[in-house]
Design a protein around this ligand. Structure first.
Ligand code: G16
Length: 540
């Protein structure tokens, strides 16, 4: 390690006095102007992680659903998954080290994780379309090169594409070719083969309107369109040519406000969807003939996909176990539908793809979706091998089902939730089953629900347990929630600090909107005010 060079370069990326940040739900996120030193240091850390794992490591510069003025960074581990939890702690230590202690903290981490400093390191970098992202990714590159690591800068990428690249590179191309063309070709081939088996694919079935949140999704979906145009025609809105990133548009806006984004022309019964700012989340929606808006979120996606997979598995007659993973935000109706109608076991984890992904790896086929539209399906290596073998061996109906499963494996991004890949899977399932969006929506009725963001002086005063469904601190908060929910039928509520924004999130559902509004808009709000420490301002 060239310590002189490190000292010299770190002086260009000084840490603002007193700034403390934490590696949260999806890495570091805050206002872009506070992140230069964090980017440089994450470049350093990526080199250590690469040396330790003897693998390519990814660094993604994005703040995904956050406002345009924010930015963020996260590291991607060898198989395209989120950074291991023990390394999140190292990331937090390194980001918060005072400038004069940077060297010693870095050496400490190297010793703790037993890094061979002579090992080569290789880091790949991607970034979203935020105005601040290009400069910040240069700081990451500075960090990597000062420690002698090699860099490949992919430039503009969706977050799931960067995860895909890392996975491809660490499997010597077995998972796919580590280029955007490789990604487009792999997914499109699987999609076209899969939809080729659909009976009905009338013109309306093949059209989809996509709100791209004025983000990177527009650019990448635009590039990819010609690869799958024989199976689907997509029309892009909020493509970044005019509006602001995630502003009154995108998956997070649509999910939390339960209304259509601005900038999309929606006719009754047309199938529409929204990506978020880095294209790792997707939600669907439509407007009925009476002008009512209907949202099909991550829970509806999980049920559609789980039912489809369950049918295929039954068809091939193999005992592959399917498990579905959700979070506390999952609508109670979706969980009931999955358990009672689809008859698959459902598990609940803490918020954050890293938690769901980990749990989903326990099954032959692990379906995971957060209600906000972030998710994918994982196939174990054993399941994949079995399915591929059956696709070759079996005859007739069984072989058709096995071949479909084979295509589904290729179509899902096995590294992380991916809006483009999920969109293609959903479109394929709807076409294969001949379902309209209304029929999909009618599979079950959501319990009325709401999510609020509450701005408080210090969100960390709230801590939770039981997959974030129970608050343990501050004292009295859980009792107050219990008092409220017991008055309403099928009601449930929880409060948790966000890991990506400086807010507390409040979720509640009940058998009717009236019950919900009484619970949260009335006494619940007053009680929350009493419990907040240090005064507060709140936003819905
Ligand atoms: C990130 C995570 C998601 C999480 C979301 C909100 O999404 O990847 O798993 O659900 O943040 O997290 P929190 O409620 O802790 O703020 P994205 O799309 O912003 O990367």
């Amino acid at each position: 390690m060239d310590l002189d060079a490190l000292t010299k370069h770190s002086a260009f990326h000084a840490k603002p006095d007193g700034l403390i940040l934490q590696y949260g739900t999806a890495g570091f996120r805050t206002k872009a102007e506070h992140l230069d030193h964090v980017m440089f240091r994450m470049g350093l850390l990526a080199v250590l992680r690469s040396k330790q794992t003897k693998s390519t490591i990814g660094v993604m510069v994005t703040a995904s659903h956050n406002p345009e003025e924010d930015n963020g960074v996260k590291l991607v581990d060898p198989l395209g998954e989120m950074l291991a939890p023990s390394w999140e702690e190292h990331a937090t230590c390194l980001a918060n080290a005072e400038d004069q202690n940077l060297q010693s903290v870095l050496m400490d981490i190297s010793e703790k994780v037993a890094v061979n400093l002579h090992q080569d390191a290789f880091v790949v970098i991607g970034r979203d379309t935020r105005p601040s992202s290009e400069k910040l990714s240069q700081s990451v590159i500075d960090g990597v090169t000062v420690l002698g690591g090699q860099v490949h800068d992919y430039g503009l990428l969706t977050t799931p594409q960067l995860h895909y690249m890392v996975y491809c590179r660490n499997t010597s191309g077995q998972y796919g070719e580590a280029t955007t063309e490789g990604y487009y070709e792999k997914l499109s081939k699987a999609f076209v083969e899969l939809t080729g088996q659909a009976f009905c694919s009338g013109d309306d079935h093949r059209k989809l309107k996509v709100d791209c949140a004025n983000g990177i999704g527009a650019l990448k979906l635009g590039e990819m369109k010609p690869y799958f145009s024989q199976g689907l025609s997509v029309q892009l809105f909020n493509d970044g040519s005019g509006g602001k990133l995630n502003y009154f548009c995108g998956a997070d806006f649509v999910k939390t406000h339960q209304k259509p984004p601005q900038g999309i022309e929606m006719k009754s019964s047309e199938r529409c969807c929204s990506f978020d700012g880095d294209a790792d989340r997707i939600v669907y929606y439509y407007q009925d003939v009476d002008g009512h808006f209907h949202l099909l979120d991550g829970d509806k996606i999980a049920t559609l996909i789980s039912s489809f997979l369950k049918e295929l598995v039954l068809e091939i007659g193999e005992s592959l176990n399917i498990g579905v993973v959700q979070t506390a935000y999952a609508n109670g109706s979706s969980t009931r539908y999955l358990e009672e109608v689809v008859k698959v076991p459902v598990y609940c984890t803490k918020t954050g793809v890293k938690h769901l992904h980990h749990k989903a790896q326990e099954f032959d086929i692990g379906v995971y979706f957060e209600a906000n539209g972030h998710g994918t399906v994982l196939f174990s290596k054993a399941a994949e091998t079995k399915i591929k073998q059956l696709a070759k061996e079996l005859e007739d109906k069984k072989s058709k089902a096995a071949k479909m499963l084979e295509n589904v494996i290729d179509l899902f991004n096995q590294a992380t939730g991916d809006a483009i890949s999920d969109m293609l899977v959903i479109e394929a399932v709807l076409a294969l089953k001949g379902l309209t969006i209304q029929q999909w929506d009618a599979l079950y009725m959501d319990l009325p629900n709401r999510q609020l963001k509450v701005k408080v002086a210090d969100r960390q005063v709230i801590s939770t347990t039981d997959a974030e469904r129970q608050a343990v601190k501050p004292p009295g908060l859980q009792e107050a929630i219990n008092d409220l929910v017991k008055k309403y039928k099928l009601s449930r509520a929880f409060v948790r600090p966000s890991g990506t924004e400086d807010v507390v999130r409040v979720y509640a559902e009940a058998d009717s909107q009236v019950s919900w509004d009484r619970a949260v808009e009335g006494k619940g709000r007053d009680r929350l005010t009493e419990l907040e420490e240090g005064g507060s301002r709140r936003e819905a």
